[in-house]
Ligand binder design. Sequence first.
Ligand SMILES: N[C@@H](CCC(=O)N[C@@H](CS)C(=O)NCC(=O)O)C(=O)O
Length: 225
Amino acid sequence: MKLLIGNRNYSTWSLRPWLVLAHFDIAFEDEVIQLSGPGFRDYLATRSPTGKVPVLIDGDLVVPETIAIIEYLADKFPDKAIWPADIKDRAMARAASAEMHSSFTGLRNHAPMNLRASYPGRVNLDDVAKELHRVETLLGGLLARSGGPFLFGAFTGADAMFAPLATRLRTYDLPVSDVLTGYVEAIYALPAFQRWLAEALKEPWIIDDDEIDVIQGKVARGTLA
Ligand SMILES: N[C@@H](CCC(=O)N[C@@H](CS)C(=O)NCC(=O)O)C(=O)O
């Protein structure tokens, strides 16, 4: 199996299924497709039916869309506990994952994943306060219910879905409860996440659209080095 991914420093959607594959010790290779530079979208369109990453390739099967990839892996490897064993937990894990997939656009736009960076205090909290409150309620509720360290006790696909959000909380030092701070630490302590992070920190590429200085108009496009 092969997973096509974007830049590790910035590509939130790529991180999610990669974490599932790596954490659950599923044999796979990955290939980074740089999400910047002249003509990158044309090239991406030749490799991905949606023109986006991630894409899982398993023989003649090509699966785009993060949620579909995670569901396929859960189907293909039923012994791996990618979703929680209990049917109610599974429903809640899928609901949280679907919410992550469809929501939190404020956090996405105003606090983009940027693993190499540290920008405490740079996000205008008015832009993200409502979503942070929802994150607190959703994740805090699941962690209280499970006892942690992950949303359903052990790491599942739901944690993979929220891992990029955990990095945003850290990168921008967003104000959250101790419970959520502990959750961020649990994500960072995960060996699979550490592997991704180590590779991300080696990447030289910059994507202006994901840099807060560019987003906030403090630096002109194309001038970051
Ligand atoms: N709905 C897709 C979203 C995938 C997505 O937006 N991927 C970004 C990278 S994180 C991408 O490929 N962007 C390409 C572009 O900007 O043209 C999924 O769940 O996988």
